[in-house]
Design a protein around this ligand. Sequence first.
Ligand code: HEM
Length: 399
Amino acid sequence: MTPAADDTDARISAFIRDPYPTLARIRAAAAVSALEYENGLPAWILTRYHDVAAALKDPRFGQDVRRTQAIADRRARGVTLGSDVVHMLNSDPPDHTRLRRLIQSVFTRRRVETMRPMVRRVAGDLLDGLRPRERFDVVLDFAFPLPIMIICTLLGFPPEDRHSYRAWSTAILTHGGDTSFEEATTEMNDYLRELMAARRAAPKDDILTELVRACDRRELTEQEVFSMVFLLLIGGHETTVNLLGTATLALLHHPDQLAWLRAHPEAMPMAVDEFLRYESPVSMATLRFTKEPVTVDGVEIPADELVLVSLGAANRDPDRFPEPDRLILERNDPGHLAFGQGLHRCLGAFLGKLESEVALCGLLDRFPHIEPAADEKTLPWRNTIMLRGLESLPVSVHG
Ligand code: HEM
């Protein structure tokens, strides 16, 4: 490796460990900055709260992955943006509207509230399993199985296959892990085809059965069923896993805040909003492109340009949040952008919040003393600039 490559690698790993100083510099320097995305692909980045919030609601920024891929192909070689997995999050209306409408009734506040006993049961069972241990991994043993078991229950998927779902999502989202992007999509599609056939033969009360019926009514194609399930599996676990891991780490770093939260468990919903602001699990929204020239804070971004929208930077903008780099559980400001905004605002926001509240309440309640069991500098982070989360968080518990 050349010294220059060495230096770049060191900078990337420093950014993955702590992106906030770099994001703060970019945000302070200009409203819109140019950067290189993967493989030298030129893109723009928005980091200021008001610009990010406005862009998320602005229909002049498109998300259709086929167009994004076409723009990328004209500018750089070998950038794969997942254009063979088209789902609501990487589509524009009218496809987005049709796909979201098919599924949105499952995730309303009222429907999600009826899931509370199921979420409590899953969290309780996992915590029971951890209770006899003096040391465990908050991410691997708790934060990962919890949301994936819940989304599997809703979809009607065997939770025991969860390690395959994780391997596929790692390969597809980060192009990392032991499985290649192509292998992961093929394996996942074969797996889904079998499950769909099983539901046709014996329908159940789950999302997969609903999607198979909608497919048979020709309201969506088989490929769209695959992509929808993929999105729900990924959206349904990657994000909440990240939040539970970073929230626990933040509490371990802030003993005063941890003590306050233990004394005020009823404040957990407000605390979860602060965890979402402080360490936004989706650090960068899905890649956007400009459908026409767009002026942001006096800077014109021409048409057909790729744009990164940094939710993590917006949520730490000092012009919106006083003392943004401090975790203040009593902040009581749900105005963060961790769930996005506008058309693509997170469909699973109520579920993600419910899972996080139940999980963190359960963890603090069962374990009155939690301490880090690894040196913080050695903690592995998810190797992507799009998501912010820990791979592992060993803790020791007693009392
Ligand atoms: C703490 C947990 C979660 C966070 C922080 C989160 C964050 C987000 C964000 C930021 C977006 C919009 C991205 C963009 O505009 O580019 C999004 C979209 C989405 N999320 Fe979540 N999410 C969470 C949990 C969930 C869960 C549990 C589900 C499961 C059902 C889910 C399903 C979705 C779907 C389907 C979309 C696409 C919506 C659309 O395009 O209309 N999310 N999420």
